[in-house]
Design a binder for this molecule. Structure first.
Ligand code: ADP
Ligand code: MG
Length: 325
């Protein structure tokens, strides 16, 4: 049975790539990285009941489990190439397992195809529903974006909008069933289940961003990582936080601000660039469709400080993050 399952996955995720010499089916995959490139590697695990609620569509799990990994590659400025998939599946009737696999593979493949990413192997075991995806990507030597490297005076920007996914989670937790015609809730929940990894934005930032991270735990926490790695502080303006009209329509102003500051799961890129490059970078990311908004700047010191709409410093210290964890 295990083999049939693996065949189902292989058929549904088939992706021809020259550099895959041996894919699913042997004891290990064999790949040929392009000469002279560095390989960026990341892995992320999602456990049912922890990282996604019970009852979420298998296709959404497939999409998101790959998206969060592609987001890590995006934050490094790497071009995705290959993935491995470790699946832990509960003991269930075979039809149920098959329908999960089919849905999962469909969601995974939708995203994989748009990057010509090949699934080259994995592992399948029994236990609590857990999906672990590892990805590989290429980056020219020395050009990877990292969390270190920001300089005092650099401008802090973020792609897309913040807080949507956390808002979607709140709506789900409050028992919002996506009523027909409730486009707002549907949009926010879709942002939670089907995040868009900013891969092209990451590539466009190569050679220009001085530091970059993807926003998975919330802006305060993740920009905090950039501060630590770059041995600097950051000052941001709450009034500048990019928020979708759907978010603004669903919650009051203070709530949208807190969700944008502390809500996780957005998978936008937060990055720093020297002031002289801001306009050019914003133009390029606008053409890529996600846009980029300047939200503050890097300063000497430590930690992230947030100014409210009146110019007063907000009490933050990741309080919001705990609140939404
Ligand atoms: P082994 O016992 O040698 O580790 P497996 O029976 O676990 O081999 O796997 C057989 C082949 O199927 C391997 O190529 C492996 O990479 C692949 N594979 C197993 N599980 C998965 C999965 N969930 N997704 C993709 N490939 C898988
Ligand atoms: Mg083996």
């Amino acid at each position: 049975m295990e083999f049939r399952l693996i065949d189902r996955i292989r058929e549904r995720t088939a992706q021809g790539r020259e550099d895959v010499r041996l894919g699913i089916g042997d004891d290990a995959a064999l790949v040929a990285p392009p000469a002279g490139q560095e390989v960026a590697i990341a892995i992320d695990t999602m456990v049912e009941g922890v990282h996604f609620p019970q009852g979420i569509a298998p296709a959404d799990i497939g999409w998101k489990s790959l998206a969060v990994n592609l987001s890590d590659l995006a934050a490094m400025g790497a071009t995705p190439s290959w993935a491995l998939l470790a699946l832990t599946l509960p003991r269930q009737p075979v039809e149920q397992v098959q329908s999960f696999i089919d849905g999962y593979a469909e969601g995974f493949a939708q995203l994989a195809q748009s990057y010509r990413l090949a699934l080259i192997g994995g592992d399948t075991t029994r236990g609590m529903l857990t999906v672990s995806v590892a990805v590989h990507g290429f980056v020219p030597p020395g050009q990877a974006l990292t969390r270190a490297g920001a300089r005092a005076g650099d401008v802090v920007l973020v792609t897309g909008t913040l807080g949507d996914a956390a808002a979607g989670l709140r709506l789900l937790q409050a028992g919002a069933r996506v009523a027909e015609g409730d486009g707002r809730a549907a949009y926010l929940i879709e942002r939670l289940h089907r995040p868009t990894p900013r891969v092209k934005a990451g590539l466009a930032l190569r050679g220009r961003a001085t530091a970059c991270i993807d926003v998975s735990d919330g802006l305060l926490a993740d920009l905090g990582h950039v501060c630590e790695a770059s041995a600097l502080g950051a000052e941001i303006d709450a009034s500048l936080l990019p928020r979708s009209s759907m978010l603004l329509g669903a919650f009051d102003e203070t709530m949208t601000r807190d969700l944008a500051l502390s809500g996780g799961d957005d998978y936008e890129l937060c990055f720093t660039v020297p002031p002289s490059l801001v306009a050019e970078v914003q133009g390029d990311l606008a053409r890529l469709g996600c846009g980029a908004t300047r939200i503050g700047r890097m300063v000497e010191g430590t930690g992230v400080r947030v100014r409210d709409e009146q110019g007063q410093w907000l009490e933050t210290t990741h309080r919001g993050w705990d609140h939404f964890a």
